[in-house]
Design a protein around this ligand. Sequence first.
Ligand code: AMP
Length: 255
Amino acid sequence: MNLWKTVPDWLERRRILEGREIGFVPTMGALHSGHLSLVERCRRENQTVAVSIFVNPTQFNDPADLDRYPRTLENDLRLLEDAGTDEVILPGASEMYPDGMLVRVEPNGSAHIMEGAYRPGFFQGVATVVLKLLNLIRPRRSYFGEKDYQQWKVIDEMARDLFVPTEIVACPTVREASGLAASSRNALLSPKARREAAALFRTISSARLCEEAKATLEAQGFLVDYVEEHWNRRFVAAFLEGVRLIDNVAMRPPR
Ligand code: AMP
């Protein structure tokens, strides 16, 4: 497994890989079973597996959230090596934004609701860094989790609209045994809250209406940003112990 910390070093490597089908998994590290499911699928479908670890400052609207975002690099590299990763791209912020942010991608389709409404600037930050990474890696396919379904949709729209020659692949959400969606932010919860957080998935899966799901979660101590339905899915964002968690489920067709 090779590690690349600067853009010029990676680009030199990229020239050597010309002609190979590259699959790419962008991450912010603190890797867990959800990330690894993307890497495993990428391994099955491509000749070369590239993974980036970059905690992207431009997608955090809350500086405290950026500061306390978990960072577990040594463990991440071990997991990636075991999963058969070939190339790890580990750029610093000054590599990704050498001149600050001279150009910003402004997604204009599915980006205005939910995460876009509650986290101003979030999808601009995500779309900008993902486009930069896709231009650096030039993968045939890139893998994203349905856990962040709206993010997958915004990136898929960006890639199509800007004629990026990469297939944007959506992968199913990996869950802990309790049903809680695997997430780097789960590590910030106390053991008690981590058990309670499983109510998110249970409630959005079983409630008849969004309002009912919201009331149930609030009664259990969640501070709810939204429960909404779009694209035949139900979405939730809520805080527990000050940690913001999101999830979504496909809606069953009416009987
Ligand atoms: P992150 O490191 O949180 O930016 O996530 C990197 C990628 O992993 C994104 O495409 C996420 O949607 C995906 N991902 C995160 N958690 C999960 C999960 N529980 N199941 C599947 N994919 C996930």
